[in-house]
Design a protein around this ligand. Structure first.
Ligand SMILES: *Cc1c(COP(=O)(O)O)cnc(C)c1O
Length: 223
């Protein structure tokens, strides 16, 4: 007998500090388990495909206090729809996108909250800022008045040991500290989004305060 969505969420909540925000990642997950997660107290939902997310948002309109998080790679031509429909964007992975989002936010009178997706270890399969590239972009990112940059997000390459995973999360946390110490007035680094089903406890050990959990709540996906 496997646990229900609600039981899984209760169990995870007992494991993590209250200060850690749990985002239920619901890509490929149907409306019914999403409603179960909501009933279990989840108010943050993350999706990586725009069209799939819009369909579900439409079906969940009655749940008015959800915060929607976009976690997937963003093509520039989808940027407008994304800031119109999401409260948080975890996947700001390049300067041209950040610049575009800030401009669109101004035009649309929106204040989207954003995280900068950092590639803390080399990974040909992942998007994200390389560290030196991010450091040299800070000056410009700090100029943005509309896009609210609130912290960092990272996804680690597959196949790391626990030690390597912890170390990579700690590196990300250190990077956030280094950026914070530069005292840029428009760049807050208080949100650290790291940790998925396989590694969220290590992420929390490295002081993540946002975790993104899919499979451990909803079961396996079709790839
Ligand atoms: C799919 C996904 C997750 C959740 O992964 P699980 O292993 O199912 O917990 C978290 N973050 C991002 C960016 C994802 O694409």
């Amino acid at each position: 007998m496997t646990d229900s969505v609600s039981e899984k969420i209760q169990r995870i909540k007992q494991e993590i500090p209250k200060t850690v925000k749990l985002i239920a990642i619901t890509k490929q997950v149907g409306i019914k388990p999403m409603r179960e997660a909501y009933a279990a107290g989840v108010r943050d939902f993350g999706e990586n495909r725009l069209q799939e997310a819009l369909t579900k948002q439409d079906q969940l309109q009655d749940l008015t206090d959800i915060s929607w998080h976009f976690i997937g790679h963003i093509q520039t031509n989808k940027a407008k729809k994304i800031i119109e429909n999401f409260d948080w964007i975890h996947s700001v992975d390049r300067l041209s996108l950040a610049r575009r989002l800030d401009k669109l936010a101004q035009d649309c009178h929106l204040r989207p909250q954003a995280l900068l997706q950092v590639k803390i270890l080399p990974d040909p399969n992942k998007y994200g800022w390389e560290v030196p590239e991010l450091l040299s972009a800070l000056e410009e990112l700090n100029q943005y008045q509309y896009l609210k940059i609130r912290g960092l997000m990272t996804i680690l390459p597959l196949g790391l040991s626990s030690e390597e995973t912890l170390k990579a999360f700690q590196e990300t946390r250190k990077l956030a500290t280094i950026i914070r110490q530069k005292n840029y007035s428009n760049l807050s680094m208080e949100q650290l989004s790291m940790g998925m089903s396989a590694d969220y406890l290590l992420a929390i050990k490295a002081e993540a305060n946002v975790i993104r959990l899919g499979r451990i709540i909803f079961g396996p996906r079709n790839i």
